[in-house]
Design a protein around this ligand. Structure first.
Ligand SMILES: Cc1ncc(COP(=O)(O)O)c(C=O)c1O
Length: 444
C-alpha cells in the first residue's frame, strides 16, 4: 500500500514518518527539496531504517557524503575519543594536532599542479562544500588581484552562498532572486561525452567566445567539476582536461577542481581528476571527507596559498578537531581497502546497467566512474523525461532502495564506498525492476 500526503509518497507503515514530515513542514524552511517520505531512524554500513521500521539499501549516501557508510565503527571510535578530550579549540587562534595530521594526509593524497613533493602543498579547513568553494574563489583572486573574472560551466553546482552561487548554473530555482558577485562569471558548456552537444569542445568555446568579451589577463580561474555531479553525473571527453590545462598555463589562469562530490575515493581514485592525467592548482573537498561529520578542505600549491597573510581568511569552526578526527579515520579506511571495492563494484555496475539499457529504450545514457554513475531517461521522442525519472525514484523507495535524481531526468548511483556485492545486487535488482515497471506503465 502507498500513502501520499502533502505531495510526498510514503512507504507503509508510515505513521511515524508522516508525523516527522508534518512537524517538519511547520517548523523548517520550505527551501529544502525533498524527494519522498523517508524519515531516518538509524543506519549501518550501506543499510538504513526509517522511523516506522522499514529497511532500505542506500544508493544515495546522504548526497554522496557517507564515504565509510553509516556510523563506521572506526569513525565512531575516532569521534568518541576526540569528543572525550575536547570538542573545540579554535584552530584560527591556537595550534591543534588533529587538523595538522589531516593536512599532512592531504599533502600525501591530493595531487596539485607543479607540486613535486608533499611539502609543496598547503590546506585550509572549512565546514562545508560551499565554504570550500568561497575559499578557493578568494584565494584565486588574492593570488593575482588584477584578475577577478571567473569561468564556470553550465550545469555546474558549486554551492549556495553568494560567491559559489554565482558559479552555479544547475537549476534556475537555485539562482532566482540572487545577483551575481562583482567581477563577473562566464559560463561555458560542459564538455560531456555521450551527450551529442556540438559545443562539447569547451576549450575552443572559451577561446572563441569568452576571450572575446574578457581578456584572458582578467581571468582568475576556471572552476570545474571533474565529473559533473548535480548536472547529471556527466563525464568529460578524455582530451578536455589536458587541453584546459594547456590553455590555463598559457594565460596564467588557475584551475580550481571542485571535487566536493567526486573526491575522497568516490570514483575509485582519491580525486577524480586523477583519471584525466592532469592536476589542478586548487582542489576543493567536503562531502565524503568526514563520512558525514561536516568538514571542507581546500588544498593548493604553497606558492598560491602561501601568499595569504594572517587574517586574510579564517573561520571559527574550520578544522574542528572532531571533524578532523572523523576525516583522518575516513582517509585511512579508504586507503586501506575501499578504492579496490569502488573500482571492482563500480565497473560491474556500469556494465550491468549498460547491458540493461540495451533492452530498455527509456534509458538512454549510463556513464560515470567508480561509485559515481549516472543514468538518464527520455520519452519516445528522445526528450528528457523527468516524470518518468521521478516515478522510478519513488518506486525504488517503495521497494526499499534510496536513490536521488540528478540532471534534468537522471538518477545517480552514489552509494557508500563500503557497499558490499550482496547489497549492490539486491539494490540493482530493485532499480531495474522499478525502471522496467515504469516503462511498462508509462509507455506500454
Ligand atoms: C560539486 C559540488 N560543489 C559544491 C557543493 C556544495 O556543497 P555544500 O552543500 O556542502 O555547501 C556540492 C553539493 O552538492 C557539490 O556537489
Amino acid at each position: 500500500m502507498v500513502t501520499v500526503e502533502n505531495g510526498f509518497v510514503f512507504r507503509e507503515p508510515s505513521e511515524k514518518s508522516r508525523d516527522v514530515m508534518r512537524r517538519d513542514v511547520k517548523s523548517i524552511s520550505p527551501s529544502y527539496t525533498r524527494s519522498y517520505g523517508f524519515a531516518i531512524s538509524h543506519g549501518k554500513g550501506s543499510e538504513v531504517w526509517d522511523v516506522d521500521g522499514n529497511r532500505y539499501i542506500d544508493f544515495a549516501a546522504g548526497i554522496a557524503v557517507l564515504a565509510t557508510g553509516y556510523s563506521h565503527p572506526r569513525v565512531v571510535e575516532a569521534v568518541k575519543t576526540q569528543a572525550e578530550k575536547y570538542f573545540h579549540i579554535g584552530s584560527t587562534d591556537f595550534f591543534c594536532p588533529q587538523p595538522v595530521r589531516l593536512a599532512e594526509k592531504l599533502q600525501q593524497v591530493v595531487p596539485i599542479h607543479n607540486a613535486t613533493n608533499p611539502d609543496d602543498k598547503l590546506t585550509y579547513f572549512a565546514n562545508s562544500g560551499t565554504e570550500s568553494v568561497e575559499t578557493a574563489l578568494k584565494l584565486a583572486r588574492y593570488y593575482d588581484n588584477k584578475r577577478s573574472h571567473l569561468i564556470a560551466f553550465y550545469g555546474a553546482f558549486h554551492g549556495r552562498t553568494m560567491g559559489s552561487l554565482s558559479l552555479t548554473a544547475s537549476k534556475y530555482t537555485q539562482r532566482a532572486g540572487y545577483d551575481y558577485i562583482p567581477g563577473g562569471v562566464s559560463h561555458v558548456p560542459y564538455p560531456a561525452r555521450n551527450e551529442g552537444d556540438k559545443w562539447t569542445d569547451a576549450v575552443a568555446f572559451i577561446e572563441k567566445f569568452v576571450f572575446k568579451k574578457v581578456s584572458p589577463k582578467e581571468v582568475a580561474a576556471v572552476i570545474v567539476e571533474p565529473i559533473q555531479g548535480e548536472g547529471g553525473y556527466l563525464v568529460p571527453h578524455d582530451d578536455f582536461f589536458p587541453r584546459l590545462r594547456e590553455l590555463c598555463d598559457k594565460h596564467g589562469i588557475l584551475i580550481i577542481a571542485d571535487e566536493i562530490q567526486s573526491g575522497v575515493g568516490r570514483t575509485g581514485t582519491f580525486t577524480a581528476l586523477e583519471h584525466f592525467g592532469v592536476s589542478a592548482d586548487i582542489v576543493c573537498l567536503a562531502k565524503g571527507l568526514g563520512s558525514g561529520i561536516p568538514i571542507g578542505a581546500v588544498v593548493a600549491h604553497k606558492d598560491i596559498m602561501g601568499k595569504w597573510i594572517p587574517g586574510a581568511h579564517a573561520s571559527t569552526f574550520g578544522g574542528n578537531p572532531i571533524a578532523c578526527a572523523a576525516a583522518n579515520e575516513t582517509i585511512s579506511i579508504i586507503e586501506e581497502s575501499l578504492l579496490d571495492n569502488v573500482n571492482t563494484l563500480g565497473s560491474y555496475t556500469y556494465d550491468r546497467l549498460t547491458k540493461f539499457m540495451g533492452d530498455h529504450p527509456s534509458m538512454t545514457r549510463v556513464d560515470g566512474k567508480g561509485f559515481m554513475i549516472g543514468m538518464d531517461f527520455t520519452d519516445a521522442d528522445g526528450k528528457p523525461a523527468p516524470d518518468f525519472r521521478n516515478e522510478v525514484v519513488n518506486k525504488c523507495y517503495l521497494k526499499g532502495l534510496l536513490t536521488l535524481g540528478c540532471g534534468t531526468s537522471g538518477i545517480r548511483f552514489s552509494p557508500p564506498l563500503v557497499l558490499t556485492r550482496e547489497l549492490l545486487e539486491e539494490g540493482l535488482d530493485i532499480l531495474e525492476h522499478a525502471i522496467a515497471e515504469t516503462e511498462e506503465e508509462m509507455f506500454g
